[in-house]
Design a protein around this ligand. Sequence first.
Ligand SMILES: Nc1ncnc2c1ncn2[C@@H]1O[C@H](COP(=O)(O)OP(=O)(O)OP(=O)(O)O)[C@@H](O)[C@H]1O
Ligand SMILES: [Mg+2]
Length: 501
Amino acid sequence: MSLLSIMRLSKAYGGVAALRDASLEVDAGEVHALVGENGAGKSTLIKILAGAVKADASEIAVNGLPVSIASTRDAHRLGLRFLHQELNVLPRLSVAENLFLGHSYPTRFAGLIDWPALHERARGALAKLGVADIAPGTILGRLPTGDQMIVKIASTFLEDGSESGRIFVMDEPTAALSSKEVERLFRIMGELKRAGGAIIYVSHRLDEVLRISDRITVLRDGASEPPVPTSRATRALLIKRMTGRAGLGAAATARNPSRLLVALTVQGLTGNGLSDISFEAREGEILGVAGVGEAGGDRLLKCLMGGARRGDISIAGRRTRLRSPWEAWRQGLAYVPGERRSEGLFLSQDIVRNVTLPHLGRLARLRALVNRPAELAQTATVARRVRLRATGPRQKVWRLSGGNQQKVMFGRAVAGAPRVLLLDEPTRGVDIAAKFDIHALLREMADAGAAILIASSDHEELLALCSRIMILKDRRISRIVPARGLTPAELLALCYGGVTE
Ligand SMILES: Nc1ncnc2c1ncn2[C@@H]1O[C@H](COP(=O)(O)OP(=O)(O)OP(=O)(O)O)[C@@H](O)[C@H]1O
Ligand SMILES: [Mg+2]
């Protein structure tokens, strides 16, 4: 008998089906992966399980007994624990306060919060994950995303008692983690399994899915197929089932830029925690930025977008003063930030607005005179290029699936045909077919003369795209190496400071 059985699950949003008669059965002691393209319905299934979204039809049973999940409390009572795709954290509160969100705080007499006890329990919860370097009193927003994620994971495991019979549901937990943190999470998952718990694991990283899961259920357009045992699954099989495409073609390898003109010169850039950064990127070049943990790829890009205190930036040989992101956009820089919900998107606005906002100046001089047909046409072109899945250009961004939100942010950056494109984890949460198309688009833009800087923790992505890779260490450039012939393992060794020539 399955620990959790979901049958005939259906859900439509305003006539558009997100789930059609989908099924998922999960056994105790297994990691069950749920995979599918952006918009396939994975998060919707999870939100229904969490009691956050009401299904149109469902048959759910836990330990063979039919249950109904009408609220988050029902879900919790049934032993379901969630790690949602978008981090729901309160960045202004401390690590300990975030850990105990939704749990009761330890109190002293008169109901006063017992802070030392709270911090002690927070330390204990983190220690369970083998984490000793996150102080409970730190303001969460000051931590890197990976650490914020770890705090969120720790809060899922909080509470005393056994983990057996619990069902942990993780929606793309590794999307913002470094490889070291991923290993840490996988170790914890192994322990949960051994204790008799079950894990539903949603991810676009098929190599991780093949490594960590016991069975895999594929969702396609909201419908499911019977699960495949992982021992019999391959990457090609999963891609075929997810997309209906037989293959994605051979991944092109990185090329050297064909042009000699320098698109971007950076001299002695200092600020935003970085010191003395100098490098050049040529027109047509895709330059990678790598480093482990808090090395500073994201900081470097922000610094270029108007966040520098000192240093010179020249674009196409012309020195420019960039004091704000707006100025940077105007000078031909475009930027995809790493945190789509807090830094990148206007969630309550529609797709058109989000894609065209930084380019309004180009489309019409005055905002009052915004050229609507031009906006729409530009959005439609970009949407097609990134395989955006939406009901139309006027759909509100908060209604899109996570990966499709990421594509909107990417679409905005490429829409203005920038000279220099700065990308922070551009394919985070994007499905494998769309990622392939985005990579093709980047190569095309480079061939047309754009210089592209891409910071990514996905080393395979860097090696597939870049001609050179800048290694950041302790917030300085430790070296810039040619990518050709480098393996992911060698790149990782370089990031850790090992010598691999
Ligand atoms: N609140 C909503 N209103 C309207 N449509 C929605 C809403 N939430 C989800 N959808 C739609 O339902 C479909 C499934 O979305 P879902 O978030 O489940 O996809 P997903 O498989 O998690 O994708 P991703 O890999 O991008 O996270 C999408 O077409 C999405 O636009
Ligand atoms: Mg999702």
